[in-house]
Design a binder for this molecule. Structure first.
Ligand code: S3P
Length: 251
């Protein structure tokens, strides 16, 4: 059961933004336009949505693994839309006993508008600005598993913060898989700027060299989510072993 504030937020998002704005409904883009609103969430408990309790959603039989020594770092999933960051991140959080957050959902909560509406009403630059600040707020909080929107890691400031506060994991999927996955839902504004497969191909060429700067590189393929999660857990163990200058250790 979602907390009351989240239910209200979901309800507000179900009303088209233009109608909300026309009716003078308080949940308009203004809260997103005023930069301070997202930072206020750090201090204003009524605006703060804490990431979900990982144990609450743990599937029957799934075990929380012994967490690799991450020294307070968050695990930050980066990669293209459709790479599986949210579904894999949620499961990874459950396995590690860490809360999970999704930057797009957090932006939507802060703005009280959907990502699509933010793009449509205020444009991409405005969305990127909010995205950067929301990710900063999340990474300045306690360790968590964070799924970032596909364009977030392209921002140099966000990359620097991720490298300071997190372990970055690039979920890398090929064009065919990405195209198949994103075609299931028509909610990605960038894919409306042209023929979706061609847009994806262009973004992949631009972004893959930057995603490659992430600490870990994991192929996200057609296999079960659990297999990818296992691969991330092993890679994290090796990474923490390397970071500590020790031999790789098991999780
Ligand atoms: C974007 C990816 C989306 C969302 C927005 C822009 C991108 O997130 O942030 O539509 O630039 O690739 P997902 O990667 O979660 O789909």
């Amino acid at each position: 059961m979602l907390p009351a504030a989240d239910r209200l937020y979901q309800l507000a998002l179900s009303i088209p933004a233009k109608l909300r704005l026309a009716a003078g409904f308080p949940y308009d883009g203004g809260s997103f336009r005023v930069p301070i609103s997202m930072d206020d969430r750090k201090t204003d408990p009524t605006m703060t949505s804490s990431p979900a309790d990982p144990a609450r959603d743990l599937p029957a039989g799934a075990e929380i693994v012994r967490r690799p020594p991450l020294a307070g770092r968050s695990i930050v999933l980066v990669g293209m839309m459709g790479a599986g960051k949210s579904s894999i991140g949620r499961r990874l959080g459950q396995r590690l006993g860490l809360p999970f957050a999704d930057s797009d959902s957090e932006i939507e909560k802060a703005a009280q508008l959907s990502v699509e509406d933010i793009f449509e009403l205020y444009g991409e630059a405005h969305f990127r600005d909010g995205e950067r600040r929301v990710i900063r707020r999340l990474l300045e909080g306690p360790p968590q598993v964070l799924a970032t929107g596909g364009g977030a890691y392209m921002d140099p400031e966000t990359r620097a913060l991720v490298s300071d506060r997190g372990v970055s994991v690039w979920l890398d999927a090929d064009l065919d898989l990405l195209h198949r996955r994103v075609s299931r839902r028509g909610n990605r504004p960038l894919l409306k700027t042209g023929e979706p497969r061609a847009v994806l191909e262009r973004l992949l060429a631009l972004r893959n060299p930057v995603y490659a700067l992430a600490d870990l590189h994991i192929l996200s393929d057609h296999g079960p989510i659990e297999t990818t999660v296992e691969e991330i857990l092993s890679a994290l163990s090796r990474w923490t072993g390397r970071a500590a200058g020790a031999e790789p250790s098991d999780c």
